[in-house]
Design a protein around this ligand. Structure first.
Ligand code: FES
Length: 120
């Protein structure tokens, strides 16, 4: 068992609860070999704060539902190693549903937008 932890900030906002302003919440999770950002977010959901909204599906770099912006760059959270001091936000320019979940709709499937924004 190691004692290493990772600390990072996650954007929180619930428009459904009429929250007009977003905020960043800091979380600390245990480190383990190969931990990805999505693993850290799932750890938070399961062990720390079940109210955090995160979307994913395949975990194999196929569905792109796990896209989010990390330190200003759009990434697939299932593929990016979790590191200290990351700032995690929802993908910009889509309607925010809650926290890190946005309404992709058909645009994610068919447009060049996702391809242009998608960078690791
Ligand atoms: S969960 Fe499907 S691409 Fe990340």
């Amino acid at each position: 068992m190691n004692d290493r932890t990772l600390r990072f900030k996650v954007y929180r906002r619930d428009p459904g609860a009429r929250e007009t302003e977003g905020r960043f919440q800091e979380y600390t999770v245990p480190w383990w070999e190969g931990i990805k950002l999505l693993d850290g977010l799932r750890y938070i959901q399961e062990e720390v704060d079940y109210s955090l909204a995160v979307r994913w599906s395949c975990r194999i770099e196929d569905c792109r539902t796990c896209q989010m912006r990390v330190n200003g760059k759009v990434v697939l959270s299932c593929q990016v190693p979790l590191e200290d001091n990351m700032v995690v936000e929802p993908v910009p320019r889509y309607r925010l549903i809650r926290d890190l979940v946005v309404e992709f709709g058909e645009k994610m499937e068919s447009s060049e937008y996702a391809k242009n924004e998608f960078e690791i």
